[in-house]
Design a protein around this ligand. Structure first.
Ligand code: SAM
Length: 290
């Protein structure tokens, strides 16, 4: 059965009396070429362990299983459980988990090395990537379909209005390439916007950060009030550091906004402020050092 065929999908949904939910981003792929592209760019080997996010009725799941050792597929919608079990019954290497990817501790379901595949709903992509890129466990490779707006947001560069903590986190962990643009009519039902198919290769720069917790807090605080000068955001969130002195030492203009600094600038900043003493006593106003 060709699950990527629009008519097949519609008849399976009708037989099971399932109305797709917009709130869960249920726009299913109905284009075989894109599925083939996902598989080929995934550089699959028979030793690969795969995490699939949002299995739906298993369209991508069974294709992934043909070329890998094991697929662990997570799907939030319990209504698909019966269909999924039926679709994957001939594959001993597929494990279905009915659950919310935003609530699952990934290290409890998968071990490194592994790859991630998914056609991610818009509402999931930002939250998932935001948390995942901070703590891992990091997949060696990810092939993700993201709505164009989200894809452009995470890939934006310093100086762009779209530049955000998510772009910084991504640059810190993965190298991203656009595989292709995917028009909305390749999905059923067609979403309002097109998507981009992206390939993420693990390429970490995390080791150059001396205190990751401080770094993450620093970028979150920097972008909290995007229209204000960066130095004022930092003064507000970390009042006990001598920010004028730090900016001068690092040659950062007082009039820069959060989006103007590069990843390297933020790494330098977070490493540099460590020399001003124990961050825990400095960060909290209650612990003022006299
Ligand atoms: N993989 C299928 C495909 O490509 O045709 C379905 C993709 S559809 C865009 C997204 C899938 O993710 C839906 O089946 C939806 O129910 C599921 N989903 C939505 N939110 C989720 C979450 N928080 N955790 C796990 N799955 C989720």
């Amino acid at each position: 059965m060709d699950l990527a065929d629009r008519e097949v999908l519609i008849s399976i949904l009708n037989e099971n009396k399932i109305f797709l939910k917009k709130s869960l981003g249920q726009n299913f792929l109905v284009n075989k070429n894109i599925i083939e592209k996902i598989i080929s760019y995934g550089e699959l080997k028979k030793t690969d362990i795969i995490l699939e996010i949002g299995a739906g009725i298993g369209t991508l799941t069974v294709e992934l299983a043909k070329y890998s050792k094991k697929v662990i597929a997570v799907e939030i919608d319990k209504r698909f459980e019966k269909i999924l079990m039926e679709m994957v019954k001939d594959f001993k290497n597929i494990e279905i988990i009915i659950g919310d990817i935003l609530k699952i501790d990934l290290s409890s379901i998968i071990e490194k090395p592994f790859k991630i595949f998914g056609n991610l709903p818009y509402y999931v992509s930002g939250s998932f990537l935001g948390e995942y890129l901070k703590k891992g466990p990091y997949a060696d490779l990810m092939i993700l379909m993201l709505q164009k707006e989200m894809a452009e947001r995470i890939m934006s560069k310093p100086g762009s209005k779209k530049f955000s903590p998510l772009s910084l986190l991504l640059e810190l962990t993965y190298k991203v390439d656009v595989i292709c643009s995917v028009p909305s009519h390749f999905f059923f039902p067609a979403p309002e916007v097109d998507s981009l198919l992206l390939k993420f290769k693990f390429s970490p720069k995390l080791d150059s950060i001396r205190d990751k917790e401080l770094f993450f807090r620093l970028i979150k605080s920097s972008f909290k009030y995007r229209r204000k000068y960066l130095i004022n955001n930092l003064k507000r969130e970390f009042p006990l550091y001598p920010w004028e002195e730090i900016f001068k030492k690092l040659n950062i203009d007082f009039k820069k906004r959060a989006e103007d600094l590069s990843l390297e600038n933020y790494i330098d900043l977070s490493n540099f402020i460590l020399k001003y003493g124990n961050k825990n006593s400095l960060l909290c106003e209650d612990n003022l050092i006299s």
